[in-house]
Design a protein around this ligand. Structure first.
Ligand SMILES: Nc1ncnc2c1ncn2[C@@H]1O[C@H](COP(=O)(O)OP(=O)(O)O)[C@@H](O)[C@H]1O
Ligand SMILES: [Mg+2]
Length: 258
């Protein structure tokens, strides 16, 4: 197929907003300028996330977890390497196309919630969809708020809610358009144990009920034990790939890395 032909196929994929649920990362590298030098935040990571799988990414502070997640979620551009969402190489998409595809495909939950304080809960939930120019479905807003345990809170302002409730709003926002891919960067980092556990069940539910592919960064072995697979990074590289490890095994492996 000619290069032009390939480009056209990609565009059709992106317009359908249907990329499939597998994520394939190949030889990913990300460098940042720092002063006169460079920081190698990611040094050649290759990994595949199976459709409908739940993966935790762990490692010491500064090991590159956030950078990896942002590159895989299409929020940052790698210096080298490719990221495929299904058949689409997102590193080859132009910014506008990527932003459009990201809004229809990806949900992202941050540690710091990133809610808009001047907007209501309902307005926060539908913000990414509105930015995409999509239709707002009030019934779906109500449903997703019930799903995260915030039924009837449509008109509240985030500032009046507890930390746990605000994170639920962020999860409702990430789940609203039923994204195929869900990313979370330390989603329970600012929450107490019990509230954190509820948030983790919500992420699991997205995987089990809706077949979402979820990748979550966490430093908490207990949180990581909710995942099917745990990856560990040090110094920009993947150094462990564990299948359904217990919290105790995770804590032990982390101890060896530190
Ligand atoms: N925007 C940036 N500019 C310069 N350096 C960065 C930037 N983002 C991350 N880094 C550096 O890349 C490395 C990995 O950071 P990060 O991905 O945030 O690690 P983690 O999430 O594991 O704590 C660190 O050395 C950090 O200082
Ligand atoms: Mg981080």
């Amino acid at each position: 197929m000619s290069l032009l032909g390939n480009e056209q196929v990609k565009d059709i994929d992106s317009e359908n907003g249907d990329t499939g649920r597998e994520i394939r990362v190949e030889d990913l590298r990300r460098e940042f300028k720092r002063g006169a030098g460079r920081v190698h935040a990611i040094r050649g990571v290759s990994v595949t996330f199976a459709p409908g799988s739940f993966t935790a990414v762990m490692g010491p502070s500064g090991s590159g977890k956030t950078t990896l997640l942002q590159c895989v979620a299409g929020m940052d551009r790698p210096t080298q390497g490719t990221v495929h969402w299904g058949g689409t190489d997102i590193t080859r998409l132009r910014e506008r196309k990527l932003a459009q595809l990201r809004r229809s495909t990806v949900g992202f939950v941050f540690q710091a919630y990133n809610l808009m304080p001047a907007m209501t809960v309902a307005e926060n939930v539908v913000l990414p969809t509105r930015l995409m120019g999509g239709r707002v479905d009030r019934a779906q807003v109500g449903k997703v708020l019930v799903q995260v345990g915030l039924g009837g809170c449509e008109k509240e302002r985030p500032g009046r809610l507890s930390g746990g409730q605000q994170q639920r709003v962020a999860i409702a926002r990430a789940l609203y358009n039923r994204p195929h891919l869900l990313f979370a960067d330390e989603p329970t980092g600012a929450l107490d144990r019990n509230t954190g556990r509820e948030i983790l069940w919500l992420l699991r539910e997205g995987v089990e009920r809706h077949g979402q592919t979820c990748v979550m960064v966490t430093h908490d072995p207990l949180a990581a034990s909710f995942a099917d697979r745990v990856l560990m990074m040090t110094d920009g590289e993947l150094v462990e790939d564990l299948t359904k490890p217990s919290a105790a095994v995770i804590a032990e492996k982390l101890g060896e890395l530190a």
